[in-house]
Write a protein that binds this ligand. Structure first.
Ligand SMILES: [Zn+2]
Length: 269
């Protein structure tokens, strides 16, 4: 990035540089890696996964991960702790081993190409939380980031960032906190219309699903999103109709909760 002079932003869940973050998706990965078999009960449904081969481990991880993502945050994390304990996987130093400290982040932030934004404190899906808790997660992370870096924080990223994790309530509360932009993980290019909804920006994800250069070029052309949006029109005529009317009249900002393209591939945190 530095060689190409490309500015970039990193979003920080502010408990993490202190070693206090619960990286549950990595804990699950570690447990699956260590175990030869896992018995899990999620939402009353009991399943047994044999996890001896790499293919079995990948299958089990994906199944368990996406089932967990539907749960309330506290239940999700309690489940992962149980799975890790059953597998004999010790995650006690995982966060401090994997995550940069505030000292390291301050050194990074000194580079003019780098913007550090807030990403809540504990990396919880805000839309699953009561309004006050969601507001506190966002507001406290901004305040902590500003105190640690000694500069204003103007940018935010929603944990997970999909429609189940961030919606109109979160877009409003982040705007009310005075943040200038906030990004979701809804896939898409930023267009002129997004000037009216800067706390609900789409992104293109490169974290595993589309890592080849041809894929990236295709995504940056915007063509896949045009196709996905067309499919959305066919699949969800009422939502698409509302979306088109809002855009045509200019009466409403573009919101991923209404106008999102369908997910091409599942995305992990
Ligand atoms: Zn995240």
């Amino acid at each position: 990035m530095k060689r190409l002079c490309l500015p970039f932003a990193i979003y920080i869940p502010t408990d993490y540089p202190l070693g206090l973050g619960e990286l549950w998706w990595l804990v699950l990965e570690g447990a699956v890696r260590k175990a030869d078999a896992l018995d899990v009960t999620i939402a009353g449904q009991q399943s047994r996964f044999v996890t001896r081969t790499p293919a079995q481990k990948i299958f089990a991880f994906n199944k368990i991960y996406w089932q967990l993502r539907k749960l309330p945050e506290a239940e999700l994390r309690a489940q992962v702790r149980r799975i890790a304990a059953a597998a004999g996987y010790d995650a006690s130093t995982l966060c401090s081993d994997e995550i940069m400290t505030w000292e390291e982040l301050r050194a990074l932030a000194a580079d003019p190409l780098v913007t550090l934004g807030a990403h809540t404190r504990r990396h919880l899906a805000l839309a699953k939380l009561p309004a006050e808790e969601a507001r506190a997660e966002a507001a406290e992370s901004v305040a902590i980031l500003e105190a640690e870096l000694g500069r204003p924080c103007r940018h935010f990223s929603y944990p997970y960032g999909d429609v189940r994790s961030a919606g109109p309530r979160e877009f409003d509360l982040v705007r009310e906190l005075g943040l200038k932009t906030a990004v979701t993980t809804e896939k898409g290019l930023i267009r002129a219309e997004h000037a009216a909804s800067l706390t609900a920006l789409p992104r293109i994800s490169l974290n595993g699903d589309f890592q080849t250069l041809p894929c990236l070029k295709a995504l940056l052309s915007g063509v896949p999103f045009a196709l996905w949006n067309t499919m959305a029109v066919l699949r969800r005529p009422r939502a698409a109709s509302a979306c088109r009317s809002a855009i045509r009249s200019g009466s409403a900002p573009i919101s991923p909760s209404i106008c999102r393209a369908p997910k091409a591939q599942p995305r992990r945190c």
